[in-house]
Design a protein around this ligand. Structure first.
Ligand code: XIL
Length: 385
């Protein structure tokens, strides 16, 4: 991977290497006043880098902490560069979509296993572990759930039976082969520090809050060896949400419910949350009886420019390092997974729609970015034990 690349999108952008200054007429409306000014705007220069990664991430991390990536089947089947990155640097995969209910359950009675099976078989062939994602979520649910919901014959018990069947069929199929499961995903509201911070999802509405507890019990019955996670976003920025989540976990553990870990999704940006807040979040988790997995790490650069500039590349490198350092403070950190393999496969980076985030460690041309080097260094400095 010792290739020189630019971070630019295409040859059109590559041609714009020179810094050009533009005079821009700025018109701003401030509290009813019109302010007209002239501002000198510097057109950003695309980052040019030539990064050589001496040590694969999975080795830099020292072996105790797993380094994963979210993957999709078509990338593995069709893209040799995608596979090469994955197989060099990562020792865990998370199916990005293939194990979600909507994709596993095209109809109510049947299951579509082909892609999920492919991923589990692939992981085994590469000595990678599989982080199962996700058993209970309100998003990416199948269309037939609406019909199920509309049928008045389906009371709470029918919903419980349907969910139990789903969880136990999926977990049971991969028992002993999927090391960890995001059992529930995004079940707590943002900004909530009060009594009832549960997210009012279809599962909450139809079953009541016990669906969370039952989901863990059912998953554990189907595979007692699997590590079971509560996974959520915003819990390294919204400490009230984290507090609610931790208390929920601890309360359920007190009732003997098998919950083993907290998954911090970790979709963060260049600018937030501040690293001190992530450190505070980690300090909070350290006083609970849970493993920690950074399950969906990516660092968006802002989306406002179509040039991946030297500034952005450097800032992203610093940011990856500080985020990893903050999470390394988790006494029971067991995994860090990026949400995708390279910028070209990121859910957040959609150049065709005018959205530019470049959130991952490898660029659209599969070359390691400066943040890949800082990520590797942070792993060896802070994560390897
Ligand atoms: C995203 C996938 O990356 C996309 O391909 C899909 O279209 C939508 O879901 N939190 C989660 C993940 O837990 O499952 C989401 O994945 C990203 C946010």
């Amino acid at each position: 991977m010792d290739r020189e690349r630019t971070g630019a999108l295409d040859s059109k952008h590559r041609a714009r290497k020179k810094i050009t200054a533009m005079l821009v007429l700025v018109i701003a409306l401030t509290a009813g006043n019109i302010i007209v000014g002239i501002q000198v705007q510097e057109q950003a220069k695309p980052a040019v880098y030539n990064i050589s990664l001496e040590t694969p991430f999975k080795e830099a991390a020292g072996g105790d902490v797993v380094i994963g990536a979210a993957v999709h089947t078509w990338g593995l089947k069709t893209d040799t560069q995608y596979r090469a990155i994955l197989e060099t640097h990562f020792n865990s995969i998370t199916p990005e979509n293939e194990m979600k209910m909507g994709l596993l359950r095209p109809n109510q009675t049947g299951f579509y296993w082909d892609n999920a099976d492919y991923l589990v078989n692939y992981a085994e062939s590469q000595n990678m572990t599989v982080h199962g994602h996700t058993l209970v979520w309100h998003s990416q649910v199948p269309g037939w759930l609406d019909e199920f919901s509309a049928d008045p014959a389906n009371d709470r018990e029918a919903w419980r039976a349907m969910l139990k069947h789903h969880i136990q069929t999926v977990v049971g199929r991969y028992a002993g082969r999927v090391h960890a499961w995001d059992v529930v995903n995004e079940v707590v509201e943002m900004g909530f520090g009060g009594e009832n911070g549960y997210r009012k999802t279809v599962w909450y509405e139809k079953i009541g809050v016990d669906y969370i507890k039952d989901a863990f019990i059912w998953a554990h019955e189907a595979d007692p060896s699997a590590k079971l996670y509560v996974n959520d976003y915003g819990i390294c920025s919204d400490l009230n949400k984290l507090d609610f989540t931790l208390k929920l976990v601890s309360q359920l553990q007190g009732q003997g419910v098998p919950i083993h870990g907290i998954g911090f999704q970790g979709h963060v940006s260049l600018y937030g949350p501040p690293v001190d807040v992530i450190r505070q979040a980690v300090a909070m988790v350290n006083s609970y009886d849970v493993d920690v997995w950074v399950t969906e790490l990516d660092i968006s650069v802002g989306g406002k420019t179509n040039i991946y500039s030297t500034f952005l590349a450097n800032r992203q490198a610093t940011r990856y390092a500080e985020v990893v350092e903050a999470f390394s403070r988790a006494e029971r950190l067991v995994g860090i997974s990026t949400w995708g393999v390279y910028d070209g496969s990121s859910w957040l980076h959609r150049p065709e729609q005018g959205v530019f985030q470049w959130p991952l460690l490898f660029d659209e041309a599969y070359a390691p970015k400066p943040c890949a080097a800082s990520f590797a260094t942070a792993l060896s400095t802070h994560v390897a034990r």
